[in-house]
Write a protein that binds this ligand. Structure first.
Ligand SMILES: [Cu+2]
Length: 108
């Protein structure tokens, strides 16, 4: 391959990986039917990846009306939820299987 063709082949290969790596990641866990942390701050106007880890043996459901998300997390499992870009504000989420288990996403 000529140098330009080599560069283009490399760019096509490398840029999607770079774009993925640039998505900021955040984590919360479920422990004894509590979100840890209870409040999580994420940047406004950016797509983010939220990892939700369930450290309890019982299944949980990460649900949020304002975020339009509803996903089961099996006991001992982890899910990846892609959110945003979001407007600044407070977004509540809860475990629909244990509705008193609640947390807040603070977007600023
Ligand atoms: Cu639900």
């Amino acid at each position: 391959m000529r140098p330009l063709a080599q560069f283009l082949a490399f760019a096509l290969f490398a840029f999607p990986a770079a774009a993925l790596a640039a998505t900021p990641q955040f984590s919360i866990a479920l422990k004894a039917h509590q979100f840890v942390p209870k409040e999580l701050e994420i940047p406004a106007g950016k797509k983010v990846e939220l990892r939700v880890r369930n450290n309890d043996p019982a299944p949980a459901e990460f649900e949020s009306t304002s975020l339009h998300r509803e996903e089961v997390v099996v006991g001992g499992g982890e899910i990846r939820v892609f959110l945003g870009p979001l407007d600044p504000g407070r977004y509540t989420f809860f475990d629909d299987f244990h509705p008193s288990t609640r947390g807040t996403l603070i977007v600023k």
